[in-house]
Design a protein around this ligand. Structure first.
Ligand code: SIN
Ligand code: NI
Length: 279
């Protein structure tokens, strides 16, 4: 059973619905490289307000509750909790924020965006690397206009850093059936070498800074050698008007049954689970 929430903020949490201006150079960078960085998208007081709420919901809803050493490579990369804006309605003020939605629309160059889902990715103290992968591997969306916002809720030091991107890889589309694993790591490393793709990272980040990457972008992240949690929140958006892929792949079946429940292949990807967040 699912309770719908208002897109507006509840009680003490700040609304972040004021649109911001995205620099033309940032938009250009996203179009050519498939990734971009927008610093200080949230103010410190805004991050401080949402951090404990997101933290609590992530611990409660994390998929894999086993100790770090019992998990596989994917599980060691982070505690992962999805769909938090619906599971913990106070988080809707963050995940459905119009400020973020406008950045997504501006970078994609589209009129409107819907949220696909949100996802907390908490790399624990001693957590492993995030293997190379393509996010859209999992998404049965018939479009290239998909984008993920990645925002640390704590300062991320240089030795942990933000993601590494293989610039230009967003234009390569689907590169094979590689879920996040040791196999995806090996296969994509080889492809990156063979194609001579340039690797880039925005490095250390402050809480409230963001990176943005396209759905087909090849990306990875370093392990967390520190004693502190790398608390990151992500939100995935797609262009309004997108259809469900007419022939979803094997890797997209799970998402089809969760996020796109009620939408058939070829139909518009829309409905109350996928609300319009901009305009
Ligand atoms: C990470 O946070 O380590 C990876 C994020 C992503 O794959 O989008
Ligand atoms: Ni990813």
């Amino acid at each position: 059973m699912c309770h719908m929430t208002e897109a507006t903020t509840v009680d003490d949490l700040p609304a972040m619905d004021d649109p911001i201006w995205v620099e033309a150079a940032t938009i250009e960078e996203f179009r050519t490289k498939g990734h971009a960085c927008v610093r200080s998208l949230c103010r410190p007081d805004e991050v401080d307000a949402y951090r404990p709420v997101i933290h609590e919901a992530t611990l409660e809803h994390a998929w894999d509750q086993r100790p770090l050493e019992e998990r596989d490579t994917y599980g060691k990369a982070f505690l992962q909790a999805t769909n938090l804006w619906r599971r913990a309605p106070r988080i809707a003020g963050f995940s459905l924020a119009k400020r973020f939605g406008k950045v997504a629309a501006d970078l994609l160059g589209v009129e409107g965006v819907r949220i696909y889902h949100d996802q907390a990715l908490f790399k624990e103290a001693g957590g492993g690397a995030t293997p190379w992968h393509q996010d859209q591997h999992y998404w049965p969306l018939d479009t290239e206009s998909t984008i993920t916002m990645w925002m640390p809720l704590v300062d991320v030091p240089p030795e942990v850093g933000s993601m590494t991107f293989a610039s230009g890889s967003h234009r390569l589309g689907y590169l094979g059936n590689y879920p996040i694993s040791d196999e995806s790591e090996a296969a994509f490393r080889t492809m990156i070498d063979e194609r001579g793709l340039a690797l880039e990272t925005y490095g250390a980040m402050a809480a409230g800074d963001t990176t943005w990457h396209a759905g087909w972008m090849l990306h990875s992240a370093a392990p967390n050698p520190t004693g502190n949690l790398r608390a990151v929140m992500t939100v995935i958006y797609f262009a309004d008007g997108t259809r469900v892929s007419p022939e979803p792949t094997e890797g997209q079946q799970l998402d089809l049954s969760i996020w796109l429940k009620g939408c058939e292949p070829g139909e518009l990807a829309a409905g109350h689970r996928l609300p319009l967040v901009w305009p």
